[in-house]
Design a protein around this ligand. Structure first.
Ligand code: PA5
Length: 432
């Protein structure tokens, strides 16, 4: 993965480096968290891919529960408890996964929606036996209403067909939470390290357990995240997270309050949504680290290329100039080439013999040129492949970037007091 910023980024590289250097002290805090043997620091999610012992426990448990007959793993969780897993799974399995014969498949159940939950109940009820599915309930707190409601609905909804399926439930949660004690046995639960928050937890059991069950290469995911973590504690000239955080911060200071992840690969749409949550919850804060009211926040939006050129480009080019864009590119995993002689040769010129990659390249370069001509700033993130390794690197890059950005904004990257407020209010209303 490469993070590229230059004259097209709208801020002089010298200013970006200067800002990055101002984070030297915090960079060594992140470095300490990475090299620590414990999960005591708020930044300790950075060491998850280095914790081979923990990874081995997760993989072993996956193997114990895996059965050749397994067809579906229902990931029940919301926000940080499902977005990262979903991002990786959808990036690697592509948009037509549900129509593909490959199993096991992950199915995601997040909000409270009877059509979605009912649909999953019907799919599971059609199976031959409970060995063909696992219900995975993921909740750091172990008490999020949506997750507990959906877990209950699945277990009770499947009972008439399969009887007691408690042993098909696995929980990933904080050790000692209420959900922790709901597991049928110790081999049906996995802990999230206490200081690792939801939106920083994708490289823990939260993501690793279901992704490994689905047959994805989680050791490559961790390897990519490890290499990137090392790069993201390096000196500013070779540190993509520091550079990106500094650039985003400087644009925010100049009034660019929207951050657009423009992903030129439809399979990466959920990766954009994962980042949206990471930025929304980490940076959107009423108070700063000293308790003063600041109301900081950058609005993260997600656009898909080239689809959204036909939806949002008019706004980006013609509307208010307050968006800082990251163009995110990755090679396609398959190849299609048009024949040298077309059936309809007069409709679009010069496409004969061209591959989808050639055409998307022309679109991406066209977009970049138009951004430059319009004076709209952007940086580019180029993935070398849509692979476990590169996705691990990307996730780690963004999580560490967010820690640096929060530090520049002097806000807490790790709490979400406003989310807690809605959860409390919901529970209060349910009690009445
Ligand atoms: O990132 C976060 O901390 C939140 O988005 C949580 O993941 C989300 O609110 C779900 O909480 P929990 O994992 O406790 O069920």
């Amino acid at each position: 993965m490469q993070f590229v910023f230059d004259h097209t980024s709208g801020i002089a590289p010298r200013d970006v480096m200067e800002r990055a250097q101002s984070l030297d002290a915090y960079r060594s805090i992140v470095n300490d968290a990475l090299n620590s043997a414990t999960y005591d620091a708020p930044e300790s999610s950075v060491r998850l891919p280095f914790d081979l012992e923990r990874a081995e426990v997760i993989v072993k448990m996956t193997e114990q529960l895996h059965d050749d007959a397994l067809r579906y793993v229902v990931v029940v969780g919301i926000g940080g408890s499902n977005l990262g897993t979903r991002a990786i799974y959808e990036a690697l399995r592509g948009p037509l996964d549900l129509l593909d014969v490959r199993t096991p498949k992950l199915l995601f159940l997040d909000t409270v929606n009877p059509e979605l939950c009912g649909g999953i109940l019907r799919i599971l009820s059609d199976l031959d036996g409970p060995e063909q599915f696992i219900v995975l309930s993921v909740s750091k707190s172990g008490g999020t209403a949506e997750t507990i409601v959906n877990t209950e609905a699945l277990l009770t909804g499947l009972a008439p067909r399969f009887g007691d399926i408690h042993h098909r439930l696995v929980v990933v949660t904080d050790r000692g939470s209420k959900l922790w004690s709901a597991a049928a046995s110790p081999s049906h639960r996995l802990a999230i390290p206490e200081r690792v928050g939801g939106r920083y937890s994708v490289l823990s059991a939260v993501g690793i357990f279901p992704l490994h069950l689905a047959g994805l290469d989680v050791s490559a995911l961790h390897a990519g995240a490890r290499d990137m973590a090392n790069a993201c504690v390096a000196d500013p000239p070779s540190n993509p997270a520091l550079q990106s955080a500094s650039l985003t911060y400087l644009h925010y200071q100049r009034g660019l309050r929207t951050h657009n992840s423009f992903l030129f690969h439809p399979s990466l749409a959920s990766l954009g949504l994962w980042y949206r949550q990471l930025m929304g919850e980490s940076i959107g804060k009423e108070h700063d680290l000293d308790g003063a009211i600041v109301r900081e926040g950058i609005v993260p939006i997600v656009s898909i290329g080239s689809t959204d050129l036909h939806s949002m480009a008019q706004l980006f080019y013609g509307g208010p100039q307050e968006v800082f864009t990251n163009i995110i590119i990755a090679p396609f995993r398959e190849s299609i080439t048009l024949p040298p002689t077309l059936q309809f040769p007069n409709l679009v010129a010069n496409i004969e013999g061209k591959s989808y990659e050639d055409i998307m390249d022309a679109i991406i370069h066209g977009v970049a040129e138009t951004y430059v001509d319009a004076g709209l700033p952007f940086a580019t993130v180029a993935l070398d492949a849509v692979s476990e390794y590169e996705l691990g690197a990307y996730l780690q890059f963004r999580m560490i970037e967010m820690m640096y950005l929060a530090q520049l904004l002097h806000v807490n990257a790790f709490d979400q007091p406003a989310v807690e407020a809605y959860k409390k209010a919901t529970k209060f209303l349910l009690a009445q």
